[in-house]
Structures are given as C-alpha cells and as structure tokens.
Design a protein around this ligand. Structure first.
Ligand code: ZN
Length: 133
C-alpha cells in the first residue's frame, strides 16, 4: 500500500461540520461532491500528510446514516492508496481478508474504491483506493 490517503469521518450536519473543520484545520475544503452510489455527500480537506473526508448521509438507508444511528458521529473509515486495486484485492483475499464488495466502485475525489470488511480488521473499516488516471 502506498500511503494513508484519507480518514473518513461520519457527520450529521455537513454545513456545520464543514465550517468546523475549516476552523480546525485552518484551510478551506478543496472539494465537495455527492456520491450517488453510496448516498453520501462528501467534503474534502488537505493537510500535509493526508486528507480528511467528511461524509453525510443523503438518504436514510445510507451506510453513513446507519453508522451514526449505531455509533454516533466519528471516524468511519481509513483509506489507503494502492497502485493497482485488482492486484491488492487478490493479495488480500489470499491472506484471508474479506471485502464488503470486492468489485471496485467509483468513489469520491476521482477514485476507484473497495472496502474491507471490518470483522477481519479489528473492527476498522478500511477503504482501498486507486486514483483514476
Ligand atoms: Zn473514503
């Protein structure tokens, strides 16, 4: 894996959290984008070492809505950038990891993404992402 690409944080109110993280990080968001396939609205911030992705549900059945219902707001996932998603999926399957869905989807911020099931990674939801070239 190349690097920690971003940390995803589930929020209830994007308008409020967008302002909060601008104040916290001292930078303005560089992108806001709806991801229809995941029923989420996302906002991205850059820091020197990684990015912060805020995620708010756009539908009650969104995974983010369910996450907040169960656990409240907070860190939802961490995302690692990989060179080649298909190669990493094969490698990790051999190592016994399971995927939420092993077919890559179009994610936010010009990425193809998959999620590893948190059951096999100490309860941490891990996203793998590959930049779309
Ligand atoms: Zn993410």
């Amino acid at each position: 894996m190349k690097k920690l690409e971003h940390i995803g944080i589930a929020v209830k109110n994007m308008t409020e959290s967008h302002l909060l993280f601008e104040k916290l990080l001292g930078v303005t968001a560089y992108k806001s984008e709806e991801v229809l396939s995941e029923s989420v609205f996302t906002t991205f911030f850059k820091t020197d070492s990684t990015k912060i992705e805020l995620l708010a549900a756009t539908q009650p059945e969104s995974a983010i809505a369910k996450f907040i219902e169960k656990k409240g707001e907070g860190i939802h996932h961490i995302a690692f950038e990989v060179e080649n998603l298909e190669t990493e999926i094969i490698r990790l399957k051999k190592e016994g990891f399971i995927f939420v869905d092993e077919i890559p989807k179009k994610g936010a911020d010009n990425k193809r993404i998959v999620f590893l099931h948190p059951k096999n990674s100490n309860g941490v939801l891990i996203e793998l992402c590959e930049e779309i070239k």
